[in-house]
Design a protein around this ligand. Structure first.
Ligand SMILES: *Cc1c(COP(=O)(O)O)cnc(C)c1O
Length: 354
């Protein structure tokens, strides 16, 4: 039986994407060759790469606005360093909203001068700082739109006169916002787009080429753009599967349609957390993430019973991150509403039992 997959990442992909991707590994397009045994310079793969890059720009509403999409390697973790290498000259600002922003700060500090503009570390990152001033003398401001571990999300974004850089690893393609507010977006594929192995970068070209540093080629966005996102052999399977997910998303109606679905799932999940006296939510109500819902049992003694019930209902991947504890239900684009219904049912059954 297929399980209800609430994994935080790598995470659920549409069933039809898994089927198409697995078929392509055996025989791509009935060409008698596997997708993963053909040249990345073949027309077949160049077309896939170009289609994937174009879909990214189209779905984000960034056509004709000077942006380029790249499928790179090294995970979002490499972007912590790469953004700084390409953009940091004198000083950059970071908003610290949890573990991943902390890591981004740590890497950027190896490159240059970093100022923490705002932080929610005073409350174990259970909220998003608001109302902070962004100095105008920064090279850029870096934020993390969705905090996968803590379950918080920026609902609106700081207004800045400096380039805005955003780690969107866990909520890219989940909502219809104005993406042209951002000058550089990056996201590991494995949360909401595809398998692990590729990292999406969407960059406004005119912010590049302004630092005096001699950037190593593999870390230089301009080199990757010049090479059509094929500076070195790209992760062909991860790019192809991401392309299939983007095609699926377009067919589903794009970001506006998926946002509605994600809202339905989040409303169902959070109303159970709020109304069921056995559970309490972790994140501040106004900042709760529709992607990752974090919650705890009020009475830890019920843990064994609850975990057994979850297992019996085929619910997988809801254990919280070690730094928060409790539970985390990740509800990425491909997770059906029925899976959230199944989880909510188990939570209310527990209430009836207790
Ligand atoms: C998972 C995650 C990362 C790390 O991604 P890798 O691809 O493993 O390097 C970074 N930022 C956020 C917000 C994440 O959720």
């Amino acid at each position: 039986m297929k399980k209800h997959n609430f994994s935080a990442g790598p995470s659920i992909l549409p069933q039809e994407v898994l089927q198409q991707a697995s078929q392509a590994v055996i025989d791509y397009n009935n060409e008698g060759l596997s997708l993963i045994e053909i040249s990345h310079r073949s027309k077949a793969f160049v077309d896939i790469m170009e289609q994937a890059r174009a879909l990214v720009i189209e779905l984000l509403g960034l056509e004709g606005k000077g942006y380029k999409a790249l499928f790179l390697q090294g995970g979002a973790s490499t972007q912590f360093l790469m953004t700084a290498m390409n953009l940091l000259e004198t000083k950059a600002g970071y908003v610290n909203t949890g573990a991943w922003s902390g890591k981004a700060i740590k890497e950027a500090q190896k490159v240059g001068n970093i100022v923490e503009i705002a932080s929610s570390s005073d409350a174990n990152f259970n909220y998003i700082p608001k109302g902070f001033e962004v100095p105008s003398d920064l090279d850029y401001l870096h934020i993390t739109s969705n905090n996968t571990i803590f379950g918080t999300q920026f609902k609106s974004f700081p207004t800045t006169s400096v380039p805005l850089v955003c780690d969107m690893s866990s909520d890219i393609f989940s909502r219809a916002i104005d993406y042209s507010k951002f000058d550089l977006i990056y996201a590991g594929a494995q949360k909401n787009m595809g398998p692990a192995g590729t990292t999406l970068v969407v960059v406004k070209e005119d912010i590049l080429g302004k630092v005096t540093r001699n950037i190593p080629s593999i870390l230089d966005y301009q080199k990757h753009i010049g090479a059509g996102s094929m500076f070195n052999t790209p992760p062909v399977f991860a790019v192809y599967t991401s392309m299939l997910t983007l095609e699926w998303l377009k067919k589903e109606g794009g970001l506006e349609a998926i946002e509605k679905e994600n809202e339905k799932k989040a409303t169902l999940m959070y109303s159970e957390i709020d109304l069921n006296p056995l559970f309490k939510g972790f994140a501040a109500t106004e900042d709760r993430s529709p992607m990752n819902a974090t919650f705890n049992l009020v009475n830890e003694n019920l843990k064994e019973t609850f975990d057994t019930m979850l297992k019996e209902a085929g619910i997988s991947g809801v254990n919280g991150h070690r730094s928060v504890g409790g539970y985390r239900a990740s509800m990425y684009n491909a997770l059906p509403l029925a899976s959230v219904q199944a989880l909510v049912e188990v939570m209310s059954e527990l209430e009836n039992k207790a």
